[in-house]
Design a protein around this ligand. Structure first.
Ligand code: 8VR
Length: 468
């Protein structure tokens, strides 16, 4: 079976991780421009000042994507490139860059899929409390409106936020992301709520202003499975899915928070401040969401946390390795002997991906799904000067097969975006951890080179994965 003709084969990136030009053409400071320069915050003190210079090389990069036959390119817009101070004056040069980027995609018949927020908040807003400050919600809605008006004539696919669980938990629980706060549990839940309200208000504005195309949000998809059938570990699985998935997906797709989590937070005095108006905007906009974006890399294997350990802070505890207790100490993730893992100890499981998608369909019905990220972070083998990233081919092949089975089993998956189109900066792992189909040689002026997976994905797209 071939994937449906309107199924999009894509690949993704994010502004801070690819663009560079951190202080060019009127761009304002982002929180990551500042945070990454605090000694010790990032791996080998890497930062996105240059990244892979996509800002200056986007035409070359998109031509390579076109050569691969890529049907869609998911990229994000740097808010401080458009609003240097987060609000106020628009930077016309910033709008110009994204107009050029979008036009270059269309020139090559590549569908632009735009993420409004992929973690690079204007520093001016971070300094006023970031996502804990409800004024940031107002500023985001203005930023979104400006993007809809500037690019909406050519962009028909919009994601409001990428992975709220990551930038909120690493920002306020482990401190590995800006603003670098550890242990602020109430702040973590408050920021997630404020982000959901920002999403809902942007969706409502998009629909009220009659923009064509579709809009949704991208969440981490990290389904939890008990390590065994022991009652206490099955409880851990339920608890993990409630706090790590339902807290994020329910307010978007159901328009209300999961009762189990609300009750739990209430008992601990951790419930966010939520006005009736905010809860109403979540409720009335839920049906307006056109899709949900899933970023799936691996499942989590959980068991009751039998120690007094609670979540630890710091960068090394934030790279997703199993073994950490949950923020509340109720459960912990476990590395299991009979599973396969990446070099960063992320389990490789297309089977759990398919099982998880069925879990989502059971809870949320026939909602349209895009796989907005999936890929293998690796240190790619280089043999006689060629990047032989066979492990990435095997990883993506297995997960694309799971997507194909999901479609055959009636799950409404409309596209697949590999992370990442091109090697880029990993927030916590520098340039060591590679995800791309296109290699970037940091020892040779950031020269681009097609990997083995580039040619493989080209064939997959050309045959619409018929032979998977
Ligand atoms: C933590 C990590 C990683 O570096 O492996 O997860 C996978 C991928 O998720 C994306 O949303 C991030 O923008 C990108 O940088 C990657 O980040």
């Amino acid at each position: 079976m071939k994937m449906p003709k309107d199924f999009l084969f894509g690949a993704a990136s994010a502004s801070y991780q690819v663009e560079g030009a951190w202080n060019e053409d009127g761009k304002g400071l982002s929180n990551w421009d500042v945070f990454s320069k605090i000694p010790g915050k990032t791996f080998e003190n890497t930062n996105g000042d240059v990244a892979v210079d996509h800002y200056h090389r986007y035409k070359e990069d998109i031509a390579l994507m076109a050569e691969m036959g890529l049907e869609s390119y998911r990229f994000s817009i740097s808010w401080p490139r458009v609003f240097p101070n987060g609000t106020g004056e628009v930077n016309e040069k910033g709008l110009e860059f994204y107009n050029n980027l979008i036009d270059e995609c269309l020139k090559h018949d590549i569908v632009p899929f735009v993420t409004l927020y992929h973690w690079d908040l204007p520093q001016a807003l971070e300094e006023k409390g970031g996502w804990k400050n409800k004024e940031t919600v107002d500023a985001f809605v203005r930023f979104a409106d400006t993007c809809f008006q500037s690019f909406g004539d050519r962009v028909n696919h919009w994601i409001t936020f990428n992975e709220a669980v990551i930038f909120c938990s690493l920002g306020y629980l482990t401190g590995a992301h800006p603003p670098g706060i550890e242990g602020d549990v109430k702040g973590y839940f408050q920021t997630t709520h404020n982000v959901f309200v920002a999403h809902a208000r942007a969706v409502e504005l998009f629909k009220q202003n009659g923009h064509t195309g579709e809009i949704g949000i991208t969440h981490v998809f990290n389904p939890a499975f008990s390590i065994d059938d022991a009652e206490e570990n099955k409880f851990a699985e339920m608890h993990a899915n409630a706090y790590a998935t339902h807290w994020f997906y329910d307010p978007i797709l159901k328009g209300e928070y999961p009762e189990y989590v609300v009750n739990g937070l209430n008992e601990q005095g951790l419930l966010p401040e939520m006005t009736e108006e905010e809860l109403d905007v979540l409720k009335r906009t839920a049906p307006m969401n056109d899709f949900i974006g899933l970023n799936y890399y691996s499942p989590q294997r959980v068991m009751k946390n039998d120690s007094a350990l609670v979540m630890a802070g710091g960068r090394e505890n934030s790279t997703g390795r199993p073994g950490n207790p949950s923020f509340d100490g109720v459960y912990k993730t476990v590395k299991m002997d009979d599973k396969v893992y990446t070099k960063w100890d992320w389990e490789i499981s297309p089977e759990a991906f398919l099982d998880g998608m069925h879990m989502l369909k059971d809870r949320y019905g026939d909602v349209k799904i895009y796989i907005t990220e999936n890929g293998l972070g690796d240190v790619d083998p280089i043999v006689d000067g060629e990047i032989m990233d066979t492990p990435r081919i095997e990883y993506i092949e297995g997960h694309l097969r799971a997507v194909k089975h999901a479609v055959q089993q009636g799950i409404n998956v409309a596209g697949y975006y590999a992370w990442s189109a091109i090697d880029l900066l990993s927030w916590l792992n520098g340039y060591k951890k590679q995800y791309g189909f296109i290699y970037v040689d940091h020892n040779n002026g950031l020269a681009r080179k097609k990997k083995q997976s580039f040619h493989w994905y080209k064939e997959i797209i050309a045959t619409r994965a018929e032979d998977l």
